[in-house]
Design a protein around this ligand. Structure first.
Ligand code: ASP
Ligand code: MG
Length: 415
């Protein structure tokens, strides 16, 4: 069907004034003849408030890792409110519109509450309504389980709702309206000369998203890639009539001029764990990482090297700050079983990465990266690579210097 899915995030629907602006944007597009489904998030800050309420009602002192259906009933309600408010604002402008909650859309999910996965859509009448010219205002972030219970898709999940609705409707594009005007080569707060990218491939966007450039929920990018949904990231804050092309997230072959490096990402939420003098025999690594996996520790970089001692190795890996505490506890407890001399946790580290599909076909990228860091006197601790990414672990205080140096070294600075 020739239709477009629009999505508005929390800051875009933060209050009634913002919702009025959104209603103006949507009405103008509908008046120009577009058939639209609009997915909305909760008002900014609302989901946090609801999560806290649910926590207090359940009498829990710590933030939970697993959730149940009643938790989802509470935290999904923010999106119900904004979908109704936007539908009202559209009707006020003379536009035929109707709100759709997850169960009304028949967006079926599994029952992993708090981070449910979308299984598919059953017949709901949504495509027919959009086809007939009604503006469908969809509550993001929520679906329904086989048992008929409300389930939420994980924080930031409205992006995933929007892409899923776009795939289900066969929409020509999914426009994600947010508070920035696109995806940048790096964080503009660190590098004022950062540039908006016209296009970025799904693969690059996945690396950017999971590396801390939080524009889109990672899962939404995966879904878009798997279903070939073209996504556009653009601003809901630009003045009407202003050119607002945003950034297209699309497949690699739709990008004619490929950059070797498209962006520089960084993350300060990194911890480096070193196991000194681990017994060097088959099965030890498997045992260490299966213990960590069982404890829910998501390991990122891994390096193993020979240690001074005969038959010993040093093992280095990284994870988030929060998980490093769990990792330390697990490993100390397993000491009887896994023999090592000493354990060290360093949270004073950051990961800086360069990302680009052009790397697949260019040589010398790593050399340029390492030289740029060396020129600034930055020591590289751990290195990891993939086909389209090189990451280094460095001392946290050098993060900004490193990001700037790399942005310049790969010719990304705006003129
Ligand atoms: N309201 C939900 C959240 O804050 C979902 C979203 O905004 O995408 O995580
Ligand atoms: Mg978001």
């Amino acid at each position: 069907m020739a239709c477009t899915v629009l999505k508005f995030g929390g800051t875009s629907v933060a209050d009634l004034d913002r919702i009025a602006t959104v209603a103006d944007i949507v009405s103008a597009r509908a008046a120009a003849g577009e058939h639209l489904a609009v997915v909305v998030s909760a008002m900014a800050g609302e989901t946090n408030r609801l999560v806290e309420l649910a926590r207090q009602a359940a009498g829990e002192d710590a933030v939970r890792e697993t959730f149940d259906d009643e938790h989802d009933v509470v935290v999904s309600s923010g999106e119900q409110v904004t979908s109704g408010l936007l539908a009202l604002a559209l009707r006020r402008r003379g536009m035929p519109s109707r709100s759709w909650l997850g169960w009304q859309l028949c967006m079926n999910t599994d029952d992993d509450h708090g981070r449910a996965r979308i299984l598919g859509f059953a017949d709901s009448g949504l495509p027919e309504a959009v086809e007939a010219g009604e503006i469908a205002v969809v509550a993001g972030f929520q679906g329904v389980t086989a048992r008929g219970r409300v389930a939420t898709l994980g924080r930031g999940g409205s992006d995933t709702s929007a892409v899923a609705v776009a795939a289900a409707l066969g929409a020509q594009r999914c426009d994600i309206y947010t508070d920035v005007d696109g995806v940048y080569t790096t964080d503009p707060r660190i590098v004022p000369k950062a540039r908006r990218l016209e296009r970025i491939s799904y693969e690059e966007m996945l690396e950017m998203a999971s590396l801390g450039a939080r524009v889109l929920q990672t899962r939404s990018v995966e879904l878009a890639m798997n279903h070939g949904v073209t996504v556009r990231v653009l601003s809901s804050f630009s003045a009407p009539g202003d050119e607002n092309p945003g950034t297209l997230v699309c497949s690699e072959d739709e990008i004619l001029e490929k950059q070797v490096v498209s962006g520089v990402a960084y993350s300060r939420d990194e911890a480096k764990i070193t196991l000194f003098g681990v017994e060097d025999r088959p099965g030890v690594s498997a045992r260490i990482f299966s213990l960590l996996a069982a404890a829910g520790v998501n390991v990122d970089m891994i390096v193993q090297a020979n240690a001074r001692g005969e038959g010993q190795a040093n093992m280095v890996f990284t994870c988030t700050h929060r998980e490093s505490a769990t990792a330390r506890r697990m490993l100390e407890e397993a000491r009887g079983e896994i023999d090592f001399e000493r354990l060290e946790v360093n949270t004073d580290v950051a990961k800086v990465s360069i990302i680009g599909v052009g790397m697949k076909s260019h040589t010398g990228v790593a050399e340029t990266m390492f030289r740029a860091l060396y020129d600034k006197g930055i020591n590289i601790d751990v290195i990891s690579t993939s086909e389209i990414k090189i990451s280094v672990l460095i001392e946290a205080s050098y993060t900004e210097l490193a990001v700037r140096a790399l942005h310049t070294a790969f010719g990304l600075d705006a003129a």
